[in-house]
Design a protein around this ligand. Structure first.
Ligand SMILES: Nc1ncnc2c1ncn2[C@@H]1O[C@H](COP(=O)(O)OP(=O)(O)OP(=O)(O)O)[C@@H](O)[C@H]1O
Ligand SMILES: [Mg+2]
Length: 296
């Protein structure tokens, strides 16, 4: 069980106030999505939950106790800039967090202990779809694969709380969709509490059991920094009763090609020509797709 209570939280940097009067109770196994304009303090809020920053006022409790003032492995984090080690393989990258915790000086494990941690790392890498990539180096991975590696790195620490800062922002739409399914599966399987920042409202409502909007409620024209952001909207959602947005759109399992074809069909009479290599395409959209990609 993990309950997070945020009580009257304030965060100032010098004379500028970023957050004020932030109050929220996140029950066990919440999937909380935080929305808000750029600069509203979303990342700052996550950094406070991680103890990378200290509140100016107020407190954060986990299961009734104030959170540790230092970042702890019970709170995993995946930022948009991945924290992978370039000179380690995918497998070593996942093993390393545990090795550094158990053997802080050498950062290495031996014998049975190493085998056990490696087996767990392989299992997690398989869960995030990187079973084939265990011996590759990060530079050999796509952005989506590096993102999944970062998630596996966080998960091997068995966090009670997983903090995600715009984790899917840089991914294309179909990779994003498969990451959504993955994160929902992992959230269920590992029974974590997730706090995730995004700019994407549809993503927020699709994934969340809770959607918080943070924004400035009050503004002083002369000095915009005197008031901070607070929670302006707090929505609870029952995942079992959500409309199946993706499936009703019929796109959830579609590849990028299928989504592209669908959009071409939706364009209807607006499609002036649709050919492949100069001849009419057999499948709808084929020609336009080729033309766009070869032009890119
Ligand atoms: N370490 C810091 N020192 C001083 N000011 C900071 C610091 N970190 C953040 N800020 C300020 O706090 C405000 C909120 O920043 P934050 O990164 O939390 O916003 P955000 O909501 O995550 O924005 P974005 O959507 O662009 O990522 C900004 O005005 C930023 O300049
Ligand atoms: Mg941010």
């Amino acid at each position: 069980m993990t309950e997070i209570v945020v009580r009257n939280l304030f965060k100032d940097y010098g004379t500028s106030r970023v957050l004020e009067h932030v109050n929220a109770t996140l029950p066990d196994h919440e999937f909380c999505v935080v929305l808000g304009p750029s600069g509203a303090g979303k990342t700052t809020f996550l950094r406070l939950l991680l103890s990378q920053e200290q509140p100016t006022r107020g407190e954060i409790l986990i299961d009734g106790s104030p959170i540790d003032p230092e970042p702890q492995p019970d709170r995993g984090v995946v930022f948009q800039r991945y924290s992978v080690f370039p000179h380690r393989t995918v497998l070593q990258n996942v093993v390393m967090g545990v090795a550094l915790r158990r053997a802080p000086i050498l950062g290495r494990l031996f014998g049975g202990e190493r085998k056990e941690v490696e087996a767990r790392a392989r299992e997690l890498l398989a869960q995030v779809g990187l079973a084939e990539a265990v011996d590759k180096y990060p530079a050999q991975l796509s952005g989506g694969m590096q993102q999944r590696l970062a998630i596996a790195q966080a998960l091997i620490m068995e966090p009670k709380v997983l903090l995600l800062d715009e984790p899917f922002g840089a991914l294309d739409q179909s990779t994003r969709r498969s990451m959504h399914r993955l994160i929902l599966d992992l959230w269920e399987a590992n029974h974590m509490t997730i706090v995730m920042v995004t700019h994407d409202i549809q993503e927020a409502f699709t994934l969340g059991t809770r959607v918080l909007m943070i924004d400035r409620q009050r503004r002083e024209e002369e000095s915009p920094d005197v008031y901070g952001s607070t929670i302006t909207h707090d929505v609870r959602l029952d995942p079992a009763s959500k409309p199946e947005l993706d499936r009703s759109e019929g796109e959830s399992d579609d590849s990028m090609h299928d989504i592209f074809d669908k959009w071409v069909r939706r364009m209807g009479e607006a499609v002036i020509s649709d050919t492949t290599d100069g001849s009419p395409a057999s499948a709808a959209g084929e020609g336009v797709r080729r033309a766009m990609w070869s032009a890119a």
